[in-house]
Write a protein that binds this ligand. Structure first.
Ligand code: 3PG
Length: 212
């Protein structure tokens, strides 16, 4: 088991950090850590996402920081150069997977269908993102997939919220859940980082109850 996977077992909630300013990325990540979450995903959805990732890696070394929304092999290489501890993609792309595997860094590509999952398994993966979880069938779909792909663990994201987090985490096949509900843009814009900490703490509590 990788260190990242080990940390995900302990704090199985992965908040998305979307920022175009390094100070905001650091403050958001610090607020999440203060709420008890140890793994964050800096998403490549802004022009300065790479700088934000590098800043979080540098300033908050106790956090495990990965790169999300990684669409190309070049982005994956840049994320690794910036110090990403893991790579997340919305879909399954062999070249992205290979960059991470060659660097021995965990990679969690998004899958929905059995065909995509079989391909991921045959690329050597045993943890995948299940995205978009709520639209792609939610818990019944995960149960069906895991009855066939018995050694695979899933990271559902997309529509996960405080209302369904406990249900997802109660499935043994779910390694962790990801989502943006922990980092509301309006609270961050207003500088209300205590709200981020509250949400993180609430999620950490739910995770603890679901995992016993
Ligand atoms: C992701 O990239 O994982 C998704 O955008 C998360 O979906 P959410 O915004 O519904 O949490």
């Amino acid at each position: 088991m990788t260190d990242v996977q080990d940390r995900l077992e302990k704090t199985p909630v992965v908040p998305l950090v979307q920022a175009d300013d390094t100070a905001i990325a650091i403050d958001t990540s610090r607020a999440l850590a203060a709420g008890g979450l140890g793994v964050i995903e800096v998403v490549f959805r802004t022009d300065r996402a790479l700088e934000c990732l590098a800043a979080v890696v540098r300033e908050l070394p106790d956090l495990v920081a990965g790169a999300g929304t990684v669409l190309t092999a070049d982005q994956a290489r840049a994320a690794l150069d910036a110090g990403a501890s893991f790579i997340v993609s919305p879909g399954l792309d062999d070249a992205v997977v290979k960059v991470a595997q060659d660097a021995s860094v965990p990679v969690y590509p998004g899958i929905v269908t059995p065909t995509e999952l079989q391909r991921a398994v045959n690329l050597g993966l045993n943890v995948v993102k299940f995205f978009p979880a709520s639209i792609a069938g939610g818990i019944p779909a995960l149960r069906a997939l895991s009855s066939v792909f018995r050694s695979v663990r899933f990271m559902p994201t997309g529509g996960v919220s405080v209302g369904n987090l406990g249900d997802f985490l109660s499935l043994p096949s779910v390694l962790a859940c990801g989502g943006s509900w922990l980092t509301p843009a309006d609270a961050i814009k207003a500088g209300h980082y205590e709200r981020v900490t509250e949400l993180a703490s609430e999620a950490a509590g739910i995770a603890k109850n679901s995992r016993g």
